[in-house]
Structure formats: structure tokens, C-alpha cells
Write a protein that binds this ligand. Structure first.
Ligand code: AMP
Ligand code: ZN
Length: 483
């Protein structure tokens, strides 16, 4: 219990952009030295796509930054295995039951299979597992109990298809979204159930349909049925982290609906505000210039088919995520995968070539790194610090020690990389000649010729990178050498 006393908190303040305040807030935990963290997990009806995984990488980086600053993080993640309907607003089919019909398996088998696939992706991306994975179906009692508290306090009403939360009873319903109530209501009108008192009201418990036998259903004081999508996170976070905790995360699509509803029902049930001190939301991974990558649109771009099946390290994806701030939308296409793979190879080569002796972590570089990561997880800046440090005149053994220290946050498995033997890329004479010609072309500002030479080099299987130290030649090699 006293273990945090033995670890000194970093004296560098941490600032996190809080969706509640819309500002970078100074992070001050509720309990000194400890952090309660809840991150919304996947709905396990399909393989997670890279967009989903971007959010989990961002949350992993947040957790590692807190750990780096010597906080003890207690991390809970739910697994949504019931209650998430095809229309997010309590209409349509249950995603699990629908997939079970498509695949001819039970809903429980579907949940187990895709939960395992999700955990494999976490492992492949070197994401630290939460302390607790909790399934919605394992916590039905807790969800019903919270609905009963809400009933006693007068927040619920019944319609023909379920029990609903009355959002008009909550004066600060829009405090997380910062949207005008009218705009939130407008959004909620899509697919609206005509029996709802307000378009923003949402289901706490849905009754099983009379004509179809559901696979996942439970008795409750209100009738046989299943929980609404939002109540699981409220009930389970309170169960594992208490009625008030520090940080809650997800991607930006959760702000206006899922998190707004979790917040309204939890604070109404417990009467304690704020339920969560800091809300962090990651931006989307997009396709085709701004279209959100989405499971329901059939975007099946996964860690497996993008990296592993092609012999590339999935850590390339982690590296890509580190390069873009979590609050900036990120565009995904094959070129991003290939160019990032090369950039990652260059970094690994630099680390391997430092040798195997591990010296001392350099305190000045450490401060610079700590400042970057504590500034709302500015990982691109942190990578820039790493690169500057690698260029500095620090002895190689100290460089390695410092890089490995930074890697506690990057999570790029640089220790394994450092254990490899020195990488020497054999540059054929023909390539070297073309690269030298390109140097001359660039000196003459002949960009057209420079580009042509770059393409020529590429067609011969090598990539030229322009770095502050000059041109760097990398062999185009999709098969990762380190995993
Ligand atoms: P789901 O499995 O659909 O419930 O989503 C799991 C997590 O992935 C949630 O935090 C979503 O907000 C997030 N997410 C979904 N699509 C994307 C995307 N294209 N980019 C980033 N995060 C996403
Ligand atoms: Zn949630």
C-alpha cells in the first residue's frame, strides 16, 4: 500500500488536455501517487481495425507516461459483449447476436473469439494489459443495481421496449460535449424512438423481443432483457475504481453520446461530482481523406493483414502513432505503412549500432524528454529529443542507456533491437553512384533530377532519405529483421 512512497514522483508537472475543460489541465491525482484509469474497451463482434488500435496505443502511451512519472496506475478496461446495438442510439440489432447469425456460432463463442483476437493485437503492439479486463456479461448484477438506484432517485421511465434514462432531469447533461443542448438533441433524433420523452434519453435496460429468443438475456426487476450499452462502463468503473476516479478515455466519437451518457447516469446515481477528473479523447484514424475507419463500414484493415501477414513488424504501427499527436486526425494508406517502416528501420539501425554496453541515463536529455511527454503526450517531440540525443556527442553506451529509458514510454522494444548485431547495409556501387549524382543535383537545386534519381534508386530496391546529416540509404525491406 505504501509502495508509492518509495518511488519519487517526477517533479516535472504533467499537463493533459481535458475534454471537460477544453484546456490543458495540470494533472493532480485524487490520491497522491496513484491513478485510477478507465478506458472503454472493444465491442467484440469482429476483428479490431487499425483505427480501434490507434486509440488503444494512445491510451497505452498515456499509461506509460504516468508510470514514467512514477505514478502507480490502476487500469480497468471493459469488454462489451452484450448491449451495443447496430444503431448506437438503442435501436437495431445487438451487434453480438447479429454476428452470431452471420457466422453460425453462439454469441458467447463470437465474444470469446474476438476477445482473444483483440488481446493478440494488444500483445503485438506491445500494449501493456490493463490490471482488469471486465466483461459486461459478468457484471449484470452491478448494472441492475445501478438502474435500481437511478429508479429510487427518479431518473428512469419505462417504454414498451425498455427502461430509459430521463436526460431532462440532469441540468449539466452537455458539460462534456460542450454542444448546445439543441444540437445534441438534433443528433439524437436520428433513429429516435417515438416513445422517448426526450430525443437524448437512452436505454438502461432493454426488454427481450417477444417474438425472438435472444441468446444473451437475464431476469431483472423490470423484465427479462439485457443492459443498454452505456450502463456497463458506469457500473464497472464504480465497482473497480470507486465513485470518483482520475482519468477516463476513448476516441472522440464517444464524447457526445457514450461518455456523455455514462457521465449523466453515474453522477445521478452516486450524487458525487466530478465522477471523473480528466477526460482524454483520441482523434480518428481516417481513410480516403477524412472518412473515419469503421468496422460497420466493413473496413477490415487489421494489424494482421497490414503487418504480420506481410512479414512487417506491427510495431511499425506503434511508431506511426507516436509520430502523430493523439489529438490530430491521422490519414492511413499503404504509403504511410511503407515510409514509416523505413523510418523505423533507420531508428533501429541507429540503436543497434550503438553497441551492447549500457552506460548511464543522461539526466539532461531525460529532462528534455520528460518535458515533451508531460506536455499532453507530445510524443513527436519526444522522438525528436531521442534523435537529437542520438546525434549528440554523448558516449554510445550512455546513448543506449538513455534511449532504453525513453523506450519505457515509446514501447518500441529497443532493448531487443540493441541486442542484435550491428547492421551494415551493403550499398551496391551502382546505387552509390546514383545517390552521389542526386547530391550534386540537389546542390544545383535541380529538384526534378533529384526526384528522378530518387525514383530510379527506389526501383532498384533502395530508399534515399534526406536527413540533416545528408542522404541516408535504406534497403527496402518489408520483412522485419528483429521480430
Ligand atoms: P468499438 O469496438 O467500436 O466499440 O470501438 C473501440 C474503440 O475504438 C473506441 O474507443 C472507439 O472510439 C475507437 N475507434 C473506433 N473507430 C476509430 C477510428 N477510426 N480511429 C480511432 N479510434 C476509433
Ligand atoms: Zn464506455
Amino acid at each position: 500500500m505504501l509502495d508509492f512512497l518509495f518511488k519519487k514522483q517526477s517533479n516535472q508537472p504533467i499537463y493533459l488536455f481535458n475534454t471537460l475543460s477544453r484546456e490543458k489541465d495540470l494533472f493532480v491525482p485524487i490520491k497522491s501517487g496513484k491513478v485510477g484509469l478507465y478506458t472503454c474497451g472493444p465491442t467484440v463482434y469482429g476483428f479490431p481495425h487499425l483505427g480501434n488500435m490507434r486509440t488503444y496505443v494512445f491510451e497505452d502511451i498515456l499509461k506509460r507516461v504516468l508510470n514514467y512519472n512514477a505514478y502507480k496506475v490502476h487500469h480497468i478496461m471493459n469488454i462489451t459483449d452484450v448491449g451495443h446495438l447496430t444503431g448506437d442510439r438503442d435501436m437495431g440489432d445487438d451487434k453480438m447476436e447479429k454476428e452470431s447469425r452471420i457466422e453460425g456460432k453462439t454469441a458467447w463463442e463470437i465474444a470469446d473469439f474476438y476477445t482473444k483476437a483483440f488481446k493478440d493485437d494488444l500483445k503485438n503492439l506491445n500494449i501493456i494489459f490493463p490490471d482488469v479486463f471486465c466483461k459486461a456479461t459478468d457484471n449484470i448484477k452491478e448494472q441492475i443495481e445501478m438502474i435500481e438506484v437511478l429508479e429510487k432517485k427518479g431518473f428512469i421511465y419505462k417504454t414498451s421496449d425498455g427502461i430509459y434514462f430521463d436526460t431532462s432531469k440532469v441540468s449539466d447533461y452537455n458539460k462534456l460535449s460542450h454542444q448546445k443542448l439543441e444540437d445534441l438533441k438534433e443528433g439524437a433524433r436520428i433513429e429516435a424512438n417515438p416513445e422517448k420523452k426526450n430525443s437524448t434519453d437512452f436505454a438502461l435496460w432493454k426488454f427481450s423481443p417477444k417474438d425472438i429468443k435472444r441468446q444473451m438475456e437475464w431476469p431483472s426487476p423490470y423484465g427479462v432483457g439485457f443492459p443498454g450499452w452505456h450502463i456497463e462502463c458506469s457500473a464497472m468503473s464504480v465497482k473497480y475504481l470507486g465513485e470518483q476516479f482520475d482519468i477516463h478515455c476513448g476516441a472522440v466519437d464517444f464524447v457526445n453520446l457514450h461518455h456523455t451518457n455514462e457521465l449523466a447516469q453515474t453522477e445521478s446515481a452516486t450524487g458525487k461530482k466530478p465522477w471523473v477528473k480528466y477526460w482524454l479523447h483520441g482523434e480518428f484514424l481516417n481513410l480516403d481523406k477524412g472518412r473515419k475507419m469503421s468496422k460497420s463500414a466493413g473496413d477490415a484493415i487489421t494489424v494482421n493483414n497490414t503487418f504480420i501477414e506481410k512479414g512487417m513488424s506491427p510495431l511499425v504501427f506503434r511508431f506511426v502513432c507516436l509520430n502523430t499527436h493523439y489529438r490530430k486526425a491521422m490519414e492511413w494508406n499503404d504509403e504511410v505503412a511503407v515510409s514509416s517502416s523505413h523510418a523505423y528501420e533507420i531508428l533501429k539501425k541507429k540503436i543497434t549500432n550503438l553497441g551492447k554496453e549500457i552506460g548511464k541515463v543522461d539526466s539532461e536529455w531525460k529532462i528534455k524528454f520528460n518535458t515533451a511527454i508531460n506536455d499532453d503526450l507530445n510524443m513527436a517531440q519526444a522522438l525528436a529529443v531521442l534523435n537529437e540525443m542520438l546525434k549528440s556527442d554523448l558516449p554510445p553506451a550512455h546513448k543506449l542507456a538513455t534511449a532504453l529509458d525513453f523506450d519505457k514510454v515509446f514501447g518500441l522494444e529497443l532493448k531487443k533491437v540493441s541486442e542484435k548485431d550491428e547492421v551494415k547495409t551493403e550499398i551496391p556501387e551502382e546505387i552509390q553512384k546514383l545517390v552521389d549524382e542526386r547530391k550534386t543535383a540537389r546542390a544545383n537545386k535541380d529538384w526534378k533530377k533529384s526526384d528522378e534519381l530518387r525514383e530510379k534508386v527506389k526501383s532498384l530496391g533502395f530508399e534515399v532519405k534526406d536527413t540533416p546529416e545528408g542522404q541516408e540509404i535504406v534497403k527496402i525491406q518489408l520483412v522485419d529483421t528483429f521480430r
